[in-house]
Design a binder for this molecule. Sequence first.
Ligand SMILES: O=C(O)c1ccc[n+]([C@@H]2O[C@H](COP(=O)([O-])O)[C@@H](O)[C@H]2O)c1
Ligand SMILES: Cc1cc2nc[nH]c2cc1C
Length: 349
Amino acid sequence: MDIITSALARITPVNQSLIAQAQLKLDNKTKPPGSLGRLEEFARRMAAISGVMVPDTSKKVIFTFAGDHGIVEEGISLYPSEVTAQMVFNFLNGGAGVNVLARHSGVEVRVVDVGVDHDFGETPGLIHRKVARGTRNFAQGPAMTREEALAAMQVGIDLADQCKAEGVALVGTGEMGIGNTSPSSAIIAAISGLGVRELTHRGTGINNAALENKIRVIEQGLTLNSPDTQDPLDVLAKVGGLEIAAIAGLVLGCAANSIPVVIDGFISTAGALIASELHPNVRDYIFAAHRSVEIGHRVMLERIGAAPILDLDLRLGEGTGAALAMGLIEAGVKVMKEMATFDEAGVSH
Ligand SMILES: O=C(O)c1ccc[n+]([C@@H]2O[C@H](COP(=O)([O-])O)[C@@H](O)[C@H]2O)c1
Ligand SMILES: Cc1cc2nc[nH]c2cc1C
């Protein structure tokens, strides 16, 4: 049995009876029924996924996976590939957006090199799991071999298994990779069958002329590689990315370990989409942190069936939206844990 098959075999449906029990408990709290809106949904789903009515949410981790992209040579980003490695050092120094917002929410950030085009040597604090020094240019041939895509997915699965052993209650996804909105658009175009133009946006902030070129380059890559749209791993390998594959593995691994997973923006959702196409129960473990400015994100979220928690015009990635949303999900669990019932508070109902 290969690595993916064995992870898929561990995925079970979430505990439906805990959803009903959690709602009963929430309805006894001092509030009109349902009045805490989606916070109640978070509390119900956290119970159903973890199998515990009030999970201990003290350990929360975001994985920021970094990888480079051969497609950058086509001029599809505003920034050069060197920025990916430079930002890895910024993450390790605690100075990036995700570090700030994760500190705000009491979340630990772990940075993973799964495919950066830089030799990090012994760099302390970095999780060294490099599969390759970036993908190949998918406008000229396949981005990865199937073996490379599977190896990167294995990184995510391993980290999810480790989270289970550590008692991590909530996992978040994040990424850093100059050029990675292009493979993300290619993935949703291949899987949805919609046109590249409807799914491709400005990434780091390219102008109209560069956007036209980006659309043309992605269309060329899809035509050249003609990924098997019924085979999510073929799509991932041919037009995806190493960090996207690792996120697919992390999401799959979280589902296999009954850990709720909060997905960040457009690129993270591309990874989660691959995982949820591989097994229908994966989506029950996913919380969508926010709706990104990237126009294709809405289509991805609809396909996964996830309603975004926030809509803040974010388009940074790294796990920034996940960090913010994790605080709200934890707030839902705290309502379940700490809020007085009508009887406890002596309030009539
Ligand atoms: O998370 C998002 O929705 C998001 C939207 C646009 C850009 N990004 C980030 O910007 C980089 C990719 O943009 P680009 O233009 O280089 O493809 C990459 O490092 C992502 O983390 C992230
Ligand atoms: C500076 C910078 C930070 C980022 N974080 C995620 N993607 C990014 C892209 C750039 C360019």
